[in-house]
Ligand binder design. Sequence first.
Ligand code: ADP
Ligand code: ZN
Ligand code: ZN
Length: 814
Amino acid sequence: MRQFAEILLPLALPVNYTYSIPEHLQEYLQIGMRVVVPLGKRKLYTGIVKEIHQREPKDIKVRDILDAEDASPIISSKQLVFWEWLAQYYLCSEGEVMNAALPGGLKLESEMVIQRNLAKEIVDEELNDAEFLIVEALEQQDRLSIKEIAEITGFANPLFTIKELLSKAYILLEEELKGGYKPRRVRLVKAGPKLNEDQVDLAFELVGKAAKQRELLLGFFQYRNEMGQLPAAQLLKRCSAGDSSLKALHEKGLLEIFYDDPQAGLISQNPQAAGLFPLQENQQKALQEIRAKLDKPVLFHGVTSSGKTEIYTHLMAEVLHQGKQVLYLVPEIALTTQLIQRLERFFGDTLLVYHSRYSDRERVETWLKLFQKEHEPALVIGARSSIFLPFQNLGLVLVDEEHENSYKQYEPAPRYHARDAALMLAHQQSAKVLLGSATPAYESYFNARKGKYHLVELFERFGDIAMPEIRAINTRELRKRKQMRGDFAPELIAEIESQMKKGKQVILFQNRRGFSTFLQCETCGHVMQCKNCDISLTYHKYQHQMRCHVCGYHSPPPRECPACKSQQIKSLGFGTEKLEDELQLMFPQARIQRMDLDTTRKKKAYENIIAAFEDGDTDILVGTQMVSKGLDFENVGLVGIMNADSQLFFPDFRAHEKAYQMLAQVSGRAGRKGEQGLVLIQTSSPDHPVISDVIGHRYRSGYERELQERMEFHYPPYYRLIRISIKHRKREVLEQRASILGRDLRSLFNRRVYGPEYPLANRLRGWYQMEILLKIESKLSLKAVKQALHNQVEAFQQEHKKSAVRIIYDVDPL
Ligand code: ADP
Ligand code: ZN
Ligand code: ZN
C-alpha cells in the first residue's frame, strides 16, 4: 500500500501539499516530525508531517519525501489542531502559522548555510564525484547556502550529498558554528565524598569560619531536589555567594561539581512550603471567587496595585501542585523582568521564560523541555508567541493586562490576538482561563457582563493605600500665557522638585521616542518625510539622524529645505530623548534614565534600567508605554503624563478606550507603597470626559458611553470586523483595483462593506495601500462570511492576474 503524507510548508500556500513516503521511511515516519521535501525545480524545504494516509491524490504527480530530520516528533498533534484553527480563524495558511510558531532553531530550510571544515584535509579517495564538486565549490567561496550549491553543481537534491559530507566532517553547518541548538549541559552540585549526612556537624567543622561556605552548605541542604542535586548557578544566587566559595567546598570534598542535563537539577517543588505572601482578606475573597468560577473564563477586574499578581501567584501554585502546566502571558518583555524576580523564589526551575529576547538555543530548549516532560509541572512566562509552545498538559492560562494592544500581531500573518488565541488553546486542552486587568478591554468587559465570562472585581489597593490623586494641567492656557518651560508646566516642574527633595522617585511618560517628532521648514511649511512611507521622520539627536519608525529609513537632517532651499528648519513635537535633555538642564543633579525602544535593544538593558530604579539609583525615569505596563515600584511619588492629547484625539473608534486605559495604567505606577501618589496630566483639554473619568477612577462611565456609540456605529462588541488591505506600488493600479474589489464585495455583503479608503498613511515601505472594512453582525456565522469572502477574493485575483495587488486580511483588527 502506498503511503502519503500531508506536509506543512513554511509558505503562504492556499493548501497543504501531499508527498509520497518512500520505502525507507514508511515504518519510521510519524506525525509531527520534520522532513525535507522538494518544491518546484530546485527548492528544498523543511516541512512538518501533518497527516499520514493512503489516499492517492488525483491528477497530480506526487513527489517523494526526501528524508526525515527527526528521530521523534517535535510537534504534538494538539499543536497541529491549534494551528489549523489559527489559520482558519485569521485567514492565513497553516504554513504561515508554523513559521510564526517554530523558533528559528527548529527550522531548517534551503537557506541553511554550510562551510568547508578547514580542519579536515581533502583525501581524494574518500570523496565521490558529487562530493568532490561541492567541496571544491566551498574552497572557492567560504560559505554557500544549499540553494546556491544546487545552482552551482546542478544537482536537484544536494542534500544527500551534503549529509554525507557532514558525516565525513568535510563541511560544517553554519548553525553549528554560530552555536545553534545542541542539548546544553549545566553545572550541578551534589554531595561530595567527605560529606557524611549522618554527621553534618563534622562537615561544618571542616568548613571552619568561612561564612559564605557555611551559607552555601546550608543552602545546599535546603534547596537540593529529590536526587540530592541542584544547579550551581541557582545555589550561588540564592546564597549570594561567589564561585570561589563553591570551589573551596569542592576542594574540601564536601560538595561535588559535575555537568549534566539541566533537567537533572530541577529544584524540588512544594508550593505549600514555598512561602507565598499570605493574602489579605479581600484578596483571599477574590481568589476564592475566582477559583469557584473557573468553569468559564474569568475576567478579574482589579484596580492597579490591588495585588493581582500576588493572587495569580497563589492560583498558579495550586495548579502546579496538581502537576499541570501554566501559561502566564504578559504583553511586554520589560514586564517579564520584574515578574521573573518576583516568581523565581517561589517556583524555582519550574519557571520557564519565552520571548524574542531569548536566543534561539534557549527557545529550542524550552520548547523541547515542555514537549518531553509532559507530566511535570511547568510555569511558562512569556510574550504572545508563547501560545505556540508544545503544551501537553495545560491546566491554566493567565492573561495579564488582557486589554493590551501588544497582544495583537500585525506583521506578518498570522495576525492573531494572543488573548483570543489563548482562549481557544485553553478550550482545546480543557484548561482554565483567567484574564486580568485594571482596565479591561471593553469587549472583555462586555463578555463578562453578558455571562460569556465570569466577572470578579477588586476595588481596593493592597494595604489600604488610596488611589493616586490625579490632576489635569491645561497646557493650552499656559502656552497662551507663555508660561510653559519647554515642554513642562511650572506646576509639574515644582512637583518634580519637591518629590525629589522628599526622596521620592518620578516617572515621566511620553509616548514618542526620539528627540522631536518632526522637522519642518519655517519658510514653506514642508515637513521632512520618509522616502518609502507617508510618514514624517523623527529626529534623533544623539545619532544626529532623522528616522522613520515604520521602515527604519534614516538620513542626516538636511541643511536646507528640499522644497524651497530655505535654511530655517525647526524641530517640532517632542519625544523621550528631548525630555531627558530638558530635564537634565533643569535638574543638573538628578539621576535620569530613559526607557524606550532605543535604550533597550541590548538583552540586559531592561534589567539594568529597572534594577537601577528599584535600587533608588535613578531619580527620574522617562519612558514610552514601556513604563506604563504593570511595573511595580515602591517609591514613586509622582507620575507625569507629558501630553495626553495624541491619545485623546486619535482618529479611531477605540481611541477613548485606549486613552483611558493608558492614562489609568500609567497613573497606577504612582504611590503603590507608603503614601498616596500624585499624577499630573498635561493636556489641552482638561475637561475632556476621558480625563474626568481618569481623575475620578471611573472605569464604568467611559465603558457605558462608548458602548452606546459602538452600537450606533456598528463596531465591536456588537459587530465583528474584518479589514482587507490592498497594496500595490502604483497608486493608479491600486485605486482602480480596490474600487473593483469594493464593488464585488458589495454585491456579496451589501451595506456591511465600507471603503475602499486610504488609511492615515497612504504609503508604507514603498507600497500604497487602501482598506476595505467589513462589519458583520455578531449573530451571523463568521465562518461562513470568511469562506464567502475568501472565495470572492480568490476569484478577483484570478481575474486580475496581471500586475496583481497584494491582499491582506486582518480579522478582529485593533
Ligand atoms: P497589581 O498586580 O494588582 O498591580 P501587585 O500584585 O503588583 O498589584 O501588588 C502591588 C504591591 O503590593 C506589590 O509590591 C506586592 O508585592 C504587594 N502586595 C500585594 N498583595 C500583597 C500581600 N498579600 N502581601 C504582601 N505584599 C503584597
Ligand atoms: Zn521650505
Ligand atoms: Zn519609512
